[in-house]
Design a binder for this molecule. Structure first.
Ligand code: URP
Ligand code: ZN
Ligand code: ZN
Length: 474
């Protein structure tokens, strides 16, 4: 088997950093070698990657992506091929996407469809969560097979009535089952029926621009739903993971439940750390006028900076009130997709594309002092691996782990722009962002797939990861 030596770098884990060379044999890491400790002289390898002056970290794990998601009358614009390749460019070596069951369809059919979309097309390894678009006898029965299929987490929606929505009774039944099976329940925690009324009232009053998407999806709707999900988790004993948390009041709910020892976790996303409702209100361009703000329409929505949500998200990442950062990558082009909602915001497909930029955007948080280098690794790789049952193979650089490794140059620079990104999008939600760091080299199971600005991988390199139960429960 081919060997690879990553030489001269600083290996950063969630708990510390050390100078070491890394030897990979085939797909697996076989040794970490401290300088001056090779008794038999120099180690030879088929490929040598020079990491001098650079950080060597476990490959990023983005546990929340939506490739090819049918949504809002269109389909997310990244395929598994384009999306996983873009992820690789940005130092992410595993994604967990959401297989979809919509109301009235069979869970098995949705899962089979997702396997067919992904198999043979991915640049990096991938797993699936299962979306339950409706909880009935059939879907409850289907849950029995999830663990055997390596799908150990599933998502329900308290929002989007008529599309993905489950009512409290349905959620209760699924959580009872999840508690028995050891599945992690992922929740889109927004009060959908109330939001729909607010949105209709705004449109009726002529308030139709993208900004009003965020007004309709008020933070009270997120706090209330988060609390309800927590209480249903408390009653049933089901571990709960709240996705795309953006309101500081929702974080307070999570912290309250965690302080009582409940298995309750939350992720936020780069958009809730960096972008705001005020900027969305002010967004305007020659081409789109005030519809420019549509590029930032996502759910949960961007929050007010004046109200302090963004600062609170950073704080929660430091204190572990939030445990992870995922992207909720759900890209739509402005032309032909977002513009479906030009007349009114309810018709704008919800979603932002960030799968390529998560590692860089979070590294910028290290540069600005929001988080430590070790916390960067923990939030973007180690905890996602533990939370979703992949730790050991993923999320760590250690003998026996997969050779999923990123060489990150802290002296490098990355300018984010739609002109240079690799996602299949005609705009970037991150246009003009400057990052004081750069992804230099990316290895996926021992194969160098990105090196110095070149993509060396191929579609089909990425394999399905059968995940175990969560390794993060208290
Ligand atoms: O705006 C979003 N988040 N789109 C993707 C669907 C979801 O709710 O995660
Ligand atoms: Zn969601
Ligand atoms: Zn999502």
């Amino acid at each position: 088997m081919a060997t690879t030596l990553i030489k001269g770098g600083t290996v950063v884990s969630s708990t510390g950093r050390t100078e070491a060379d890394i030897l990979i044999d085939g797909e697996k890491v076989v040794a970490l070698i401290s300088p001056g400790t090779t008794p038999l002289g120099t180690i030879e390898a088929d490929t040598v990657v020079d990491a001098t002056g650079k950080y060597v970290i476990p490959g990023g794990i983005d546990a929340h992506t939506h490739f090819e998601l049918p949504f809002g009358g269109t389909e997310a614009s990244d395929t598994f091929e384009t999306g996983t390749r873009a992820a690789a460019w940005g130092g992410t070596t595993t994604v967990v996407d959401f297989a979809v069951q919509t109301t009235g369809t069979k869970v098995e059919d949705g899962l089979a469809k997702w396997h067919a979309k992904a198999e043979g097309n991915c640049a990096i390894d991938y797993g699936f969560h299962q979306i339950l678009g409706g909880v009935d006898e059939d879907s409850l029965k289907a849950m029995d097979r999830f663990v055997d299929e390596g799908i150990t987490s599933y998502k329900m929606f308290m929002a989007y009535p008529g599309v993905f929505y489950s009512d409290d009774g349905q959620i209760l039944r699924a959580m009872q089952k999840a508690a028995d099976l050891g599945l992690l329940t992922m929740m889109h925690a927004e009060n959908g029926p109330a939001i729909d009324v607010l949105a209709a009232q705004l449109v009726e009053a002529g308030k139709t621009t993208p900004y009003y998407h965020g007004i309709a999806r008020a933070w009270q709707m997120e706090e209330e739903a988060t609390h309800r999900a927590i209480m249903l988790g408390n009653l049933t004993g089901a571990p709960l993971y709240v996705v795309h948390v953006s309101a500081k009041q929702a974080v307070e709910q999570l912290a309250w439940a965690r302080d009582k020892g409940q298995n309750v976790f939350g992720e936020t996303c780069p958009q809730y750390l960096y972008l705001s409702l005020e900027e969305q209100l002010g967004a305007s361009s020659k081409e789109w006028g005030d519809f420019e703000g549509a590029k930032w329409v996502c759910s949960t929505p961007l929050r007010s900076r004046e109200e302090g949500h963004q600062d609170h998200m950073w704080q929660a990442l430091r204190t572990n009130d939030l445990q992870m950062v995922s992207t909720d990558h759900c890209p739509f082009c402005m032309k032909g997709q977002k513009e479906l909602g030009k007349e009114e915001f309810r018709k704008i497909p919800n979603g932002i594309g960030s799968v390529e930029h998560r590692m860089d955007l979070m590294y910028q948080g290290v540069v600005t002092g929001e988080i430590t280098l070790e916390r960067w690794v923990e939030l973007t790789s180690t905890t996602p691996a533990r939370m979703f049952g992949m730790y050991g193979a993923k999320g760590v650089v250690a003998p026996g782990a997969d050779g999923d490794i990123v060489v990150y140059d802290p002296k490098g620079h990355t300018s984010i722009s739609a002109k240079s990104h690799h996602m299949n999008m005609d705009h970037s939600a991150w246009e003009g962002f400057e990052i004081d760091g750069h992804v230099d080299t990316v290895l996926s199971r021992g194969k160098v797939i990105i090196d110095k600005g070149e993509y060396l991988g191929a579609k089909g390199d990425g394999k399905f990861v059968k995940r175990g139960l969560s390794q993060y429960l208290v």
